[in-house]
Design a protein around this ligand. Sequence first.
Ligand SMILES: Cc1cc2nc3c(=O)[nH]c(=O)nc-3n(C[C@H](O)[C@H](O)[C@H](O)COP(=O)(O)OP(=O)(O)OC[C@H]3O[C@@H](n4cnc5c(N)ncnc54)[C@H](O)[C@@H]3O)c2cc1C
Length: 478
Amino acid sequence: MSNSKSPFRIIIIGGGASGSLVATHLLRQARRPLQIILIERQSEVGRGVAYGTRCLQHFLNVPAGRMSVFPDEPDHFLRWLHLNHGRPGVPEKIEPSAFVPRFLYGHYIRDTLADARAKAAPHVGLAEIRADAIDLEETPDELIVHSSDGRLFHGDRVVLAVGNLPGSYPIPKPLPVYRDPRYVHTPWNAAALDGIGPDDEVLLVGQGLTAADFIVQLAERGHRGTIHALSRHGIRPHAHRADVGTWSIPANPPIPPTTRAWVRFIREEIARASSQGVDWRAVVDAVRPHAQKVWQSLSWDERARFMRHVRPFWEAHRHRLAPVTAKLIEQLASEGRVVFYAGRLQVLEADSQGVQALLRHRGSLRHQALRVAKVINCTGPRTDYSKYQHPLFIHLLARGLIDHDPLALGISALPNGEVLRYRGESTARIFTLGAPMKGVLWESTAIPEIRQQAPELAKLLLSSTAAAQPPATMSTNS
Ligand SMILES: Cc1cc2nc3c(=O)[nH]c(=O)nc-3n(C[C@H](O)[C@H](O)[C@H](O)COP(=O)(O)OP(=O)(O)OC[C@H]3O[C@@H](n4cnc5c(N)ncnc54)[C@H](O)[C@@H]3O)c2cc1C
């Protein structure tokens, strides 16, 4: 246990955007001895799944002017871009409306963390640890994180910044094809496209932003074969557009807490905006900051209703494609090089010729067989942490340290990120943010939300050190 002479210890599991931003804010805010241990299994912190791509054609899906990691310094990312002018991927003309490569954004997060580290108060330190955290043990005095290489990390608080999980299996059965190298289950890895010849056909299961990434990447490699992209509803993300106008909605709109009332409210706002020449995109962007509050006002039954009936539409309108990406995909679709389907996969089998897929078209009995060289699972991150077979989650569940929310959208927690035990009270020492908070907040997975959560969580974590620790200037050993 830390005492008045040793620093308070905060362990962050996961060094993607969420974990790196909590560390950044801890470094900026801490005035007392503090040791931050940031555990990340990948080689670089700051990237996570979204910003780990090396493809410079994978763009942020939010314009640069809205991607500062500091809500109170909206130009911070633009200033970073100016400082890095000339670096591959930085646009010639840096404008708030520019869409820049996600790879650059990973650099930005890393640089921001490094800057905070360099300017931190004395006795406030950060250790970056490359390890896979596989267990978290709770004793009366401390928390102990175990890594797969046998190391133990002792802390007073732990933040689960574990981010996005790989998607679900396209057919929820233990199929032999899932062990075949021609099926890629976790798409965010550099080897996903290995073995695809220029004329091979490919099946993408999913039509969202991950599928868009692959279409762009295949095109960049000169791939000429047909890309088939399948999703249950056949709903694809819309594109961003410049000059959509601006729209605002009242801070506390008087709306009954039902999903139906919300949808009606949004539709009416869009109609009003449209009559004034404002695009629906401006309305969706105006609604988004209220989404967490609205979600929390809905009962779980209403949230379930939202998930059943509204979610695919909300996501297609809210998570939009960079215009250049949308244009390329439309062009490939018009040439027949990308074919979109709405339906369900019924069969997936690998043989010596490739992978055979049988899909049933939505709303009909019509089946269609495809033979492809590779199948890539682009179904988007799953949310049910209790079914994810990683030792960390298996141990957290077995120890009763986490539970899932009633819809299994994430980890059960209070709105401030305090993790709740299995059917029980707050752990008070274990916290989370980002994707695991989806059940609690709904909108919680992207930078506009994470950059709000990170400083608030840092403040909450440091408020517990205030009671335990003297100011840094009084410390003699750390
Ligand atoms: C393909 C894609 C594109 C996106 N594009 C955008 C965008 O343009 N704009 C936007 O705002 N949002 C975007 N997002 C949303 C994105 O999820 C967030 O912006 C943000 O990157 C989430 O960061 P995170 O740290 O919460 O999660 P993650 O990025 O998933 O990072 C979690 C990290 O934790 C590590 N980790 C997990 N478990 C362990 C463990 N047991 N031990 C050690 N390390 C562990 C992982 O290796 C990973 O690095 C995108 C998401 C995806 C998937």
